[in-house]
Design a protein around this ligand. Sequence first.
Ligand SMILES: [Fe+2]
Length: 351
Amino acid sequence: MTRLFILILFVSLSTACREEPKTTSSLAKIKRLQKTPTVNSADRLDVITFGSCSRHDEKQPLWKSIAEEEPDLWIWSGDNIYGDTEDMSLFESKYTKQLLHPAYQRFVERVPIIGTWDDHDYGVNDGGKNYPKKKETRDLMFEFLGVPKDNPAWDREGAYQSYIYGPTEKRVKIILIDARYFRDDTKRSPDRKSYTPTTGDVLGEAQWSWFEKELIGSEANLNVIVSGIQMIPEDHKYEKWANFPLSRDRLFNLIKSSKSNTILISGDRHIGEISAIEQGDRTLYEITSSGLTHSYDSFSGEENQHRVSNVVSSLNYGKLTIDWDADPISVTGEIKGIGGKDYEKIAFDLK
Ligand SMILES: [Fe+2]
């Protein structure tokens, strides 16, 4: 009888265990222990912080300063670790190192996290659709971010996601683009030192149709579009949407036809800068913030016909502040540094 009882207990316990949320890695277990706060879709966002280019094995001196902003949300905008391998256990160990980084651990216990990737956390420098481990690294990133298992992003290929926060008339929609998983090959110049425009595509058709629906159907007061690589700048020789001019035109035409105001966020460059283009009666701004652990200290100048700020070549993070009580509602975008140091700022009203 006792044996039968033990057997029944064992069977029911193992059944119960199978009903636990599935984990694809130890990252999910660490995440669960960390108890990162979540932000509810009804919660109003007043302060959003973001940043990119963070080496998991370097000092990470900005987390304390960012936490002191008391942000409602943190957005990773790419190169969140430097994975750069096809060895998935090595990749996972790098994410583990980041999750267990003492300064980051303190941060994630205070601030909700979302994000997308760029090349290094995708898996290969300047990589596109042919990286063979992209399915695996996508899952690892979602575990690292703690993307809930009921998020539809888990059920499709790629890392694109969208989130909407706030009550009616005080809504922000965050659209996280995946500019790696489906991206066609880049074309290099004959000396291989720069990229030249190609007719290839950045998002792939499934992501384009999702993006169009998210943007054109958006009822939010403000859309925030996040891409690892820069969207507006077109003069520098590195990776950018302008290397795929057909895709860049398609992106800007969709933004132009959206009824909501939009702001762009990017990273990747190891510098911070603010760019702008005019779209009818609106100015479309892009805040590039990079990097969190290493930056282009020896920066000596670079053409950007759309730049409306100085270039920040020290470590930096980005901050968006929305004043919902102002009439009209106003948005301030900033690039800031250690100790909350002010570098660059723009402000605009929602129309
Ligand atoms: Fe990058």
